[in-house]
Structure formats: C-alpha cells, structure tokens
Design a protein around this ligand. Sequence first.
Ligand code: BTN
Length: 330
Amino acid sequence: MNITVTLKIAKRLLESNGEAVSGQQLADEFGISRTAIWKHIKELEEKGYDIESVKRKGYRIVTTPDTLEPLGIQTGLKTKRIGQKIEYVESCASTQIIAHQLAQEGAPDGTVVLTETQTAGRGRMARKWDSAAKKGVWMSIILRPNVAPQKAPQFTLVTAVAIVRAIEEVTKLQPKIKWPNDILLNGKKCTGILTELQSDADGIQALIIGIGLNVNQEKEDFDPEVQEIATSLKMASGETVNRQKLVQSVLFYMELYTQMYIDEGFGMLKILWESYSTTIGHPVRARMANHTLEGIAEGITDEGVLQLRTPDGKLHGIYSADIEMANSTS
Ligand code: BTN
C-alpha cells in the first residue's frame, strides 16, 4: 500500500468541502482501479478517519483523527510560509532539539516541528515541561528573520499575542499574558513559550520558537507538582478543543504578527501585548537570580523590557525574572 497515495486521497476528499467524491472519479484522477481506491479508503479508516460511503455518490470524510500529522494541519492552512514544511514525529525527546538540528541543516524559514508527546520537554530556565501524550500541542517553529540579534527577544512577545488571538478564535476563552511569555486562563498557566537563537558573526541564523500548549488535559494528566498552577483549554472551557484547528490558527497569527513586527516594528504589537497583559498596571514581585523586587509593573519598553517602579520611586528595567502578583508593594 502506497501511503503517499492514501494521504493524497484523504487530502482530495478533505478539499471537496464535505461533498462526496465517487470511487470512479478518484480512480480516474489517481490512475488506479476502484478496488485500489477502496483499499486506500480502508487504510484511512484504520488510521482513524471516519469515512462515509454514500450510495451512488462516493466517499466523504466525516471526521479526521485527532492527530497533529501534516495532512490534517496543512489542509485548510491559511499561511504562505509558516507550516508549508512540517516535520512530524509521534514521539521525541523535545521538538526544540529536532528544530535546532533541522535549522543547522538549512531547513527553510517557517519550518514547523510537531509531536504528540515529548519525553524531555524543556521550559525556560532549564525547567522540565510536562508534555502529556496526545492532549497538548508541542511544537517548534523555525524562523529566519532578517533582523538584528537585539530584536530577537520581542519575537517571544509577538508569539504570545499570536497564541492569545488563536485561542480566542478557536474557543470562547479570553486568555491573558503574564510577562514575558506565560499565557494564563483563570490565573493558571495554559501555554509556555521558549525562544532560542542560532546566531553567528553575520547575525541571526535561526530563531527556534518552542510553544507548549495545554489543550485537552484533565487536572490528573499533569504532574502533581504543577497540578495547582497549570490548566488546559479544556479545563477552562469545559469543551474538547480541536488541536488541528488550533495549530492552524496559531500558525496563521504567527505569520501575520511576525511579518508585522519585521515590516513595521514593535509599536502596534506592543499595544496589543499590553492590552492582553495581566501584569501591566498591577503590583508584582519579580524574582531574579539573586534578588527580588516588588513594585508596580508600569509597562514594557520597545525592547520588551518590563518597567517596574518600586515604592522608592525608582524605575527598574527587568530583563528576565519570574513574576508573581503581589498584593501589596510595601
Ligand atoms: C516555559 O517554560 O514556559 C516554556 C515552555 C516551552 C515548552 C515547549 S513544548 C514544545 C517545545 N519543545 C520543548 O522542549 N519546549 C518547547
């Protein structure tokens, strides 16, 4: 059985907008017999596709399997660059590792790495990232923007805006961003972003943007140590979320907003980011490597640096920290 033909048949059926396509038409288009078409349809059913066989009309895909395989993601994907090349593996240590490797080997701008489960998912500050099987979206996007290395950190903020817009589009939820890159629902984390850089004397060679999105987990799917601070879109909305649609939407907004940042700068995106932020205007505690500051988060600079005003009136630029909401600044 030629799996490429099987997947092409699935793509053809998915692109018929719910209309049945006859076995004879498929046979003619693919230059194979109707019996061969039937065998490919059976193969798709085994892969989890629900296919209706309509008498005298042909085949129609009712539902696709809940996987992140390229076929399902790329059918209906509204981007020109991001996601045109997808590297999918059912399981891996970390999509960041694969993406770094692909970037070294010259993978094009917009290449996406997707997996169902990670055995060594990594978060910021060398933390572990809990990556439950088939319930989240674990993905790394390779970008090759022609910008100066000091413009790299804002890509994390731009990514956060893109993810919030995608969650708003696919669900009825209204997520918030906690500086710099946590996306929260009801005060609990549903998404983390890890931006890594490959650069040399000529500048940025590649940005590897890792996105961990908790989608359909239940509380007990999380490791006990994060159960009280993590949440998923399903836990917050009460509804199972289609991961394919969510990935398509994230990739769409990633392309839109990263291009906007490259072409027009951070101005408009900064306004969007601040409008989604839980941090700005609130008393917060910033825990850094060797000290902690409390104050009011007044905003971010054009470089994405958090501006924290302490009770003595001083304004501090925070480049990297863990942020907590503080009830009082005294
Ligand atoms: C954070 O600490 O908040 C960032 C978490 C980033 C997790 C994602 S999951 C996909 C990609 N692969 C990884 O190993 N990490 C990132």
